[in-house]
Ligand binder design. Structure first.
Ligand code: NAP
Ligand code: COA
Length: 273
């Protein structure tokens, strides 16, 4: 079955949209006619994403900005607004992750993840609002199972993503009166990402474990997440707000925790250096 979406002349802004899952989301919206803005830290990632997205023929704009820099985030929205007007769909998905036992985490190590994932989401939400189509905009935060499930070696990510989930719920309440919907997608393990290749490579204990533990028996793809993002960005989802929606083959029930813990055991067993 094919679902048909039409985002022609809509402005979709994807923060952290230059690689991985978020780039997959940007591709999906561009393929369905949207004018797409992507933003992230590295100029080379922005340039590569813009070049790839241009293939669909709609408008593409790229901005270099670090979500930790409140003013830079504001400038990114102002420039994108100048280019394509009000934002119809905002996806906020910049994140950082590494495996570390809490006793091995420096103050800066904890802070860097909270700064990118949680404070960065706040910066994106706070600076975006004046540029959102109101009524009508759909805001989609990309969270993770760690927001709801405590996982060893992920204290920093668990704390940050739990904060993202609560920001999502609070903003759904505060922005509902303006006709702006706010939801979050919680992806399960997604095969075609740098994070999965780094944290749980195929062929390792962690990589093998996960496939058997996902009730649907496979890893996800960026396309799986993009399909949900397009649904949430469309009028078909016009009565959905404040929801944290897993897109994980049923894995939120129990797969992520043993997978990440196995990956951390493997990392600890590796010779240093
Ligand atoms: P990824 O490929 O590393 O993508 C992260 C994106 O964020 C990149 O575009 C990166 O570009 C940007 N970024 C990182 N730090 C930034 C910063 N400080 N300021 C602005 N942009 C920044 O990661 P991914 O695995 O696809 O993950 C995407 C989202 O899905 C994240 O929110 C993650 O938590 C979530 N997630 C992923 C999985 C998975 O299986 N991979 C599972 C659950 C949830 P630059 O490097 O150019 O900044
Ligand atoms: N274990 C323990 N601490 C670690 C670590 C690890 N594997 N990796 C980084 N850190 C610590 C560093 O030691 C540093 O702390 P210190 O100053 O006390 O030494 C702190 O984290 C910041 O590291 P730094 O490399 O300076 O940060 P950065 O801003 O350049 O990069 C990261 C941020 C660490 C989150 C990096 O992994 C990143 O850019 N990730 C984006 C991509 C990604 O993670 N994608 C997956 C999304 S789920």
């Amino acid at each position: 079955m094919t679902i048909s979406f039409d985002f022609a002349s809509r402005h979709v802004f994807v923060f952290g949209g230059t690689t991985g899952i978020n780039l997959g989301i940007a591709h999906a919206f561009a393929r369905h006619g949207a004018n797409v803005t992507v933003a992230s830290r590295k100029q080379e990632n922005v340039d590569a994403a813009v070049a790839a997205l241009a293939a669909y023929g709609a408008g593409v704009f790229g901005v270099t900005a670090d979500v930790r820099d409140f003013d830079a985030v504001g400038r990114a929205f102002a420039q994108a607004h100048e280019r394509f007007g009000k934002i119809d769909v905002l996806v906020s998905g910049a994140a950082g992750n590494f495996l570390a036992e809490l006793n091995q985490l420096s103050s800066n190590g904890f802070k860097v993840v909270v700064d990118i994932d949680l404070n960065g989401t706040f910066h994106v939400m706070r600076q975006a609002f004046p540029y959102l189509a109101s009524p009508g905009a759909s805001v989609i935060n990309i969270t993770a199972p760690q927001g709801a499930i405590p996982i060893r070696y992920q204290a920093h990510v668990c704390a940050a993503k739990a904060g993202v989930d609560q920001l999502t719920r609070v903003l759904a309440m505060e922005w509902g009166v303006a006709g702006v919907r706010v939801n979050a997608i919680s992806p399960g393990p997604i095969a075609d990402t740098e994070g999965m290749r780094r944290l749980s490579p195929q062929g390792t204990e962690g990589g093998t474990l996960v496939q058997g533990l996902v009730p649907l028996g496979r890893l996800g793809t960026s396309e799986d997440i993009a399909n949900l993002a397009m649904f949430l960005g469309s009028s078909a989802a016009s009565f959905i707000s404040g929801a944290i929606i897993p897109c994980d083959g049923g894995g939120a029930i129990d797969s992520v925790k043993p997978m990440i813990e196995a990956a951390a055991r493997e990392q600890a067993a590796r010779p240093a250096g």
